[in-house]
Design a protein. Sequence first.
Length: 273
Amino acid sequence: MGKLDGKVAFITGAARGQGRSHAIRLAQEGADVIAVDWLQDIATVDYPMSRQSDMDETAKQVEALDRRIHTTKADVRDFAALQDAYKAGVAELGPVDIILGNAGICQLGSKEPDPVQSFTDVVGVNLIGVWNTVYVAAQDMIDRGAGGAIVLTSSTQGLTGRGTDGSAGTHGYAAAKHGVVGLMRSFANWLSPHGIRVNTVHPTGVATPMVENDVVGRYLEENPQVAQMAANLMPVGLTEPVDISNAILYLVSDDGRYVTGVTLPVDAGFNAR
């Protein structure tokens, strides 16, 4: 018996990194997965974004666990496209019990020929995309009357501005991740009376392609003071995606059945410095 037997999870940014890890971890506990990702580059982001081959690998690993998965290419900034992806997944797998607003981008170290566009893209994906993700599904969860759980991926940068630089992209990142906390608290007040719990997770640096790439690596080498400001209290550089997935599993399973409105750091002590 898994902790999530018979549940369906709607996960954005599911092609690789934390999103893939969440899909696999929830599938290990019995959940089927509606997986969404953009699968192409964004002009203001210098590192390569996910591709169809990444989503295919996520699907392969979920199916290897004898769970079902429905995959769709959609931009979380596009409400109509995301709504279509959600509805197609529900038509195939059934109603959603779990929402993970996970899709996100980072522009640390990226060139900024257009700072306004850089800021707009980060806020669009990391904040507006999260609102879209919840809003396309929440009313169905209310109408169904079976409760549910929502976890929004924020960051240590959603609780502190430490470690940002003077770029528009990093300002947008911190602003968006703080904004996700505001969304979570608003959603918790709206949805918790319907038995739908809403929380945020706040990872420190995680070993994913968003962090482990040449652009970010070169920037941190050239700006050691930023790396020092972003250091964890525990002697660990990057956490693993599954560390975040395990925290999310607690929040969406009956283990966390009375936990709502919480900002849960998985940060190796980052916020205690």
